[in-house]
Design a protein around this ligand. Sequence first.
Ligand code: HEM
Length: 506
Amino acid sequence: AKHLFPGQSPFLLSLPLLLFFLPFVFSRSGSNGAPPGPVSFPIFGNWLQVGNDLNHRNLVNMAKKYGNVFLLRLGVRNLVVVSDPKLATEVLHTQGVEFGSRPRNVVWDIFTDSGKDMVFTEYGDHWRRMRRIMTLPFFTNKVVQQYRGMWEEEMDMVLRDLRGDRAAQSEGIVVRRRLQLMLYNIMYRMMFDARFESVSDPLFQQATRFNSERSRLAQSFEYNYGDFIPILRPFLRSYLNKCRDLQSRRLAFFNNNYVEKRRKLMAEREGDRLRCAMDYILEAEMNGEISSDNVIYIVENINVAAIETTLWSMEWAIAELVNHPNAQTRLRKELRDVLGDEPVTETNLHRLPYLQAVVKETLRLHSPIPLLVPHMNLEEAKLGGYDIPKRTKVIVNAWWLGNNPEWWNKPEEFRPERFLDEETEVEALVGGKVDFRFLPFGVGRRSCPGIILALPLLGLIVGKLVKEFEMVPPPGTDKIDVTEKGGQFSLQIAEHSTIAFHPIAP
Ligand code: HEM
C-alpha cells in the first residue's frame, strides 16, 4: 500500500528513471565508427546533458573527458569538436575541401537567404566566385596601400577627441563607442566612400542597431529547441518572423542608403568608375557574375565579419595593457626608441616587434572567434580514424589550441614577451608559416581573408594610443574586469571597460 502501484517492486518502478539517467553516466566509446561522446537519448540526443552553452571552455572540459575529437548529437544535428593541432590541420588543410562547407541553422538560413552570401555558404562554385569577387576590392596589399592613409586619419581623429575630452582624462570613459565609430567609418569608406559624422549621426545609430540586433537574434540559444527538434519548429514561428522582419528592414537600409547611391553614381560616371569596393562589386553584377541579392549579401557579410571582430580585439588589447602596466611601458619605450617623433604608420609597423607581439598575445588569449566559423562536410568523411556523418557541424576549438598548457608556457598569462622569447616562430602574418597552435583567423580555404586588414588596424590603433596616452583604470580601481562573455560564436569582454587616458607629455 506504500507503493503507488501495488504489487510492483520499487526496483521496477525506478527502471524508467534509471534508463533515463543512464546516458548521463556512460559514454559512447567510439567503437562503432563514430567519434566518442556521451550516450544519447532518443529525440533529444545529448542536448539535455550538455545544455546550450557550448562555449570554448565547456568544450575543453568535454574534450578532457571524451578526447580530441568527439561527437555530440543535438537533436537531429551532429556536432563534432576537434581539440588538437593535428586534427585541426586535417579539417582546415589536408581535408580542407571535404570540410570546407558551412552548416546553417533555421535562423542562419534567414540571415543569409539560404547561403546567398559568402561567409555561410557551402564550398563550391558560388563560394569560389564570391570569394574571388570580394578579394580584389577588399583583401589585397594594394587595398592596404590605397587605404592606410585613411585608416590613420580616422585613428588620429580618435586621438584628437580623447585629447579634447576632460572626462577621458580624469574619471575615464568607455572608449568602445568611439572605436566603433572609427571602425564603421573605416569599413564604410572602403565599401561606399561614405562616413558617419559622429556617434549621434542617425545613420550610424541605425546601422549599429540593425547589426547588433542581427547578432543577438542569430547568436541566441533561444531557438535551439526548434532547430534541433524539427517537430517543435512551428513554435518558433514568431521568432523566425522577427528575424525575417529585421533582415528585410536591415537589407533595405543598406540598399537604399548605400548600394543604390553607388549604382547611380556609377551610371553617371562612365570611364572613371571604380572608386570604392562597392563599385567593383557592382561591376561584377553588371557583368552577370553575381546577382543583386549577392551584392547586398556581400555588404551584410562585411558588416558582420569585419567590424565587431576587430572591435572586440581592440577592447581586449586595451584592457590587457591597462592591467599590465609593464607591458604598456615596454611598448611605449619601443615606440619611442624606434620611431622617436615619427607617428605610428602602417609602413613602420614591421619595425615594431613588441607591438606585434602584443597583438598576437591578445588574439591568442582572447581569440574573438574562439571556435572559428563552423565547418561542415557535405559527404561522409573520416577524421582521426572515425566516421563523420555527412553534414556534420565541425568545430575547431582554436582558443584551446592557443591556450592548452601542454603546448604553451603558462598560457593563462598575458605575456607578449612569449612571442619574442620562446615562441619566436609563431606568426600571425598573411602568408606566414602556419603554426597550428595559433589560428585566430583559421587557416586554409575558409580562413579569414580580412586578416590582411585586421592585423594592421589592430597594430595601428594600439600603437597610436600607447604612444600618446598612458592608459589606466578609472580612479579608485586598480584592475579592469576582463571577465568573458561567450556567445555561440564570439568571445567578448563582458563589461565594456572604462579607461582613463592620460596624455603623455611630448
Ligand atoms: C580581429 C579581427 C578578425 C578575426 C579574429 C577574424 C576571424 C575569422 C575567423 C576565425 C574566420 C573563420 C575561419 C574558418 O572558418 O576557418 C573568419 C572568416 C571570415 N572573415 Fe574574419 N576575422 C577578423 C576580421 C575580419 C575582417 C576585418 C574582415 C573583412 C574586412 C573579415 C572577413 C571575413 C570573411 C569574409 C570570412 C569568411 C571566409 C569564408 O568563409 O570563406 N574578417 N574570420
